[in-house]
Each structure stands twice: as C-alpha cells, then as structure tokens.
Design a protein around this ligand. Structure first.
Ligand SMILES: C[S@@+](CC[C@H](N)C(=O)[O-])C[C@H]1O[C@@H](n2cnc3c(N)ncnc32)[C@H](O)[C@@H]1O
Length: 236
C-alpha cells in the first residue's frame, strides 16, 4: 500500500493518535508517497470533465494538502491559484512544489474569502467533516465563490457489499469510531459519511445548483455505472 519512501507503521500510528492538523503536519514530508494523495488519473479526469465549463478565472483548492489539486486547476484557470489548508507542514510541501501558487493557512470551516474565486475544487477531504459540519463548510465555499462560480469534487459510487473495498472501508470507519470514543484529541476521518444524496442536499441548502458528471475514465461498476462522478455545484 505504501512505497518504501512512505511512512512506517509506527509513524502512521503516532499520526493517527494526533489531531487531524498535527497528524498531517507529521505526515507531510512523506504524504506524496502514500495512497492518501489524490492520484494523477483522478486529477486528470476532473480537469477533463470541467474543461467544457471553462476557462475559469481564479481557482481555489479547498484542503489542498501538498498541492495535488493544482494539477487539475492549472490547465483550467487563467487567473491566480490559491490553496487553503490548516496544516503548516502540508502547506510547506505545497509551497516547495508550486512556488507560484498562493498558499493560505486557514480552517476551511471559517474560510476567509468573499466572492473571490470562479472555481473551487476539493480532493480527498470530505471525510474529515462530520455530516453535521458539511452545511457550514459548503456555506463558506459558497461565500468564497463569485456569482456563477463552481465548486467541484469527485465522489465515489457506493461499493457493492460483495467487494473487498466495501469491507475494508467499513473496517476503517469502525476502527476510527472506536479510536475517537476512547482517545483525545479526535481524528475525524470516515469514508462512509458522504453519500451523494446527502452531499447534494447539503449543497442545495447552501444555495448551490447541483448536477453531476460521470468520470468514466476512472472505470465502471459491474452494472455499467461509473465508479466516480464529479459533483458540480454552481453558485447561481
Ligand atoms: C487527505 S488530505 C488531501 C490533500 C489533497 N487535497 C490531496 O488530495 O492530495 C486532507 C487535507 O485536508 C486538510 N484538512 C482537514 N480538515 C481541515 C480543516 N478543517 N481545515 C483546513 N484543512 C483541513 C488536512 O490538513 C489535509 O491536508
């Protein structure tokens, strides 16, 4: 699962027993060698699906980590690119990899932007927010976008009960729930808390007009439906 340059099991355990912010600070130097960094094929498929809606002006990567999302934003945006994250360690890596991008340290539930961006993306981060926190997060992204701006992120289709991945992710979420019941500070990261229907409802309540587009390049399930869709939330 991890390359030799990735974190050791001991490092992962220490990180998982920290807060989300501290955990990512510790993981940052090795993050790009873990499967948690969004892979290039997902970034490429996202850029391809967004291209017909562009070109965009200024772009924002929400929970940018080490800056993977810049690869999707760069070919789509003609204006300035910004990444926002609360982990100083992750931002330091991002700054080193993409010095021309503006990197902002902020809690995204208190996103400090008003009508600034034309496109916002987010990769691999929704599981860090409890369902009750999503409306606040989405309202802050809505406020950060200019009227007509778009918020886009990939979302996986539900896994079949018969797949190994279904049971792996269920097992992960159960371990994290037990960990968070007995250990402080909490590390919120659950894979199974963001079904499309609930995400769509929360985005709509925040004021977005929501559609989705298939990310067919990322594969299909046995019934032929796409394994991933891109959520396209437009600020009217
Ligand atoms: C799994 S990483 C994803 C990084 C990157 N988007 C990618 O796909 O490779 C999740 C990121 O979300 C950030 N994050 C989580 N909760 C956050 C919050 N409440 N405010 C700001 N950043 C947050 C973490 O610091 C971490 O860098």
């Amino acid at each position: 699962m991890f390359s030799p340059q990735g974190p050791s099991l001991r490092e992962l355990v220490v990180q998982a027993l920290s807060s989300v912010e501290r955990g990512y600070d510790l993981l940052a130097p090795k993050f790009d060698h873990t499967p948690f960094r969004t892979p290039d094929n997902v970034l490429g498929a996202t850029a391809d699906a967004l291209r017909p809606f562009g070109p965009f002006g200024e772009g924002l990567d929400v929970c940018c980590g080490t800056g993977a999302g810049v690869r999707a934003l760069r070919p789509l945006c003609q204006g300035r690119l910004t990444g926002v994250d609360f982990s100083t360690g992750m931002l330091a890596q991002a700054r080193q990899a993409h010095p021309d991008v503006e990197w902002v340290r902020a809690e995204v539930r208190a996103l400090p932007f008003v009508e600034t961006f034309d496109l916002a993306v987010s990769f691999g981060a929704l599981g860090h927010f409890l369902p009750t926190e999503r409306p606040l997060l989405f309202s802050k992204v809505y406020r950060a976008l200019r009227p007509g701006g778009m918020f886009a992120f990939p979302i996986a289709a539900p896994l079949p009960l018969t797949s190994v991945s279904y049971w792996t992710l269920l097992g992960f979420d159960i371990v994290m729930r037990v960990r968070n019941a007995v250990w402080r500070p909490p590390f919120i990261m659950y894979y199974r808390t963001c079904p499309l229907q609930a995400v769509r409802r929360d985005l709509t309540e925040a004021g977005f007009t929501v559609t989705t587009a298939p990310l067919a390049a990322l594969g299909r399930r046995e019934d032929g439906s796409p394994r991933y869709r891109l959520v396209l939330a437009r600020r009217p």
